[in-house]
Design a protein around this ligand. Sequence first.
Ligand code: M6R
Length: 614
Amino acid sequence: MCGIVGYIGTKKAYPILIKGLQRLEYRGYDSAGVAMISDSGDLNVYKAKGKVDNLTEFCSDKDISGSVGIAHTRWATHGEPSARNAHPHYSSTHNLAIIHNGIIENYATIKAKLQTKGVEFKSDTDTEVLVQLVEYVMVKKNLTLLEAVQVALHQVIGAYAIAIVDKRDPRQIIAARKQSPLVVGIGEDEFFLGSDASPIIDYTDKVVYLEDGNIAVIRLGEELRVMSILGEEQELNVKTVDIDLGQIEKGGYNHFMLKEIFEQPECLKNCMRGRINVEGNHVTLSAMIDYRQQLLSAKRIVIVACGTSWHAGLIGKQLFESLCRIPCEVEYASEFRYRNPVVTKDDVVIAISQSGETADTLAAIQLAKEQGAFIYGICNAIGSSIPRATDTGTYIHVGPEIGVASTKAFTGQVTVLSMLALCLASERGTISEEQYKEMVKELTLIPEKQEQALKTNEQIERLAPIFTYAKNCLYLGRGYNYPLALEGALKLKEISYIHAEGYPAAEMKHGPIALIDSEMPVFVIATRDRLYEKVISNIQEVRARGGRVTALVTEGDTQIQKFADHIITLPDTLECFQPLIASIPLQLLAYHIAVCKGKDVDRPRNLAKSVTVE
Ligand code: M6R
């Protein structure tokens, strides 16, 4: 989390840095700050608590001149959100300024040592320790900035993407990364830095994704140099990025989240494009061609993920088990990595992550790799760390997701899991050719059906005010719809701050039923499937306790309306694809309830889009 931007060139740095921060605000917005070497050679650092707008207001009467600078938007880890703890941080002499994304785990030890040498600290952050250490070794050993950064990084344990400027050398920025993403953009007589490519793409499409343990020496008028911490020069791997700017603007919607909900039919078409042959009703995944043997010989699949990606994984489990007859376990990456799990070389581990940067998921991959498992990534952000750490994988291709609450990535992940399960099932012969073709065909119809589901938007907007006063909500579903109940509850919690729980509908009577009264809205996913009649009984159980039921039903349903307070009607599809459709009204419900409550939908409190700390 935390967003990093940098610029060095001939243009004014400030507007480029601010625009970059606005693009990266999804990574954190506890505070924002900028450090620029002014035209008169001063190193000015300006910081403000809260969002980037607060920073621009603060800077309105300041000297914002200069063509070199670094900027940061923070998601707090060490030290409360405040201007004091905001980045950039000065070194004691105010010659250096640093920005950092990550966590320096041994910061307390280093800080204590530096304090015994007389270094005074101004913040509670781990980051300030790094800049003070760099300055300390620079002075003590008479080193250049680059040499001092190398020495300092050798001493720190943890994760970082950093950028440092030195006012005595305004033609240079030193940047480095370990486990936190960092991209360098290469323009004409100018360079850019970003936690991802979004702050860069307005100016150049030539980028270098810095590898773990590498340092970038960015000097005006010279070629970009990349080297290891030990100083070994690395070959430059310049890539061309292809991100459509329109994709990261709001495009007429009030919020990114709403835009991303509405984009889903198009996103899923992109996700299936080139992979599903519509005429032949056939799925081809390049990973299945290149790694057929490894994938087909899997004795077990283990899915590791966090948050919404974990919910997608729960749907994947049902697909792999019922269609492919492969045992599958779904693990929270954060638990998996610390509990000494049994993983063998016969396992295929699937890591699911929208951002491709989630620290816990990356660590889980590392652990599984060490045990010899074959690793498959399902990610959205192209070139991010997880796709680079896996043996193979499939991008979901839903475009940049900016809203902190994940929407289109979820349906993209479920679509890729469905395609993978269909490929494996067909190759393993665990479903008939006829069933395979019917399922592939149905999958291609999902975007159209999502369009229909999106038509519920107005109805949901009208319903939303009823739920704004709720303190708690319950989401119920069974089978494939149970993970969806969890996902619906997570969406509501994240953006409206209403407590919500997702439960398997039949499990409700083993506890949560005690909570039900007329104050507790209950959302039931009651689409027509094998468990439909049973879900009706569960609805009756809620009604009998005075609960108010809003049910998601399949078109043509005439039963549930008799006892539900509200029904939302959805197009029919195969049971296993229902989450791809029913997720839409649940996303819309959370969205409209949060809007009615006046919440900041795209930037909910305490959250960050990409969780690059554990
Ligand atoms: O980028 P990832 O998919 O790895 O992120 C995992 C979770 O942090 C993420 O899904 C989070 O739960 C979202 N805010 C959910 O809307």
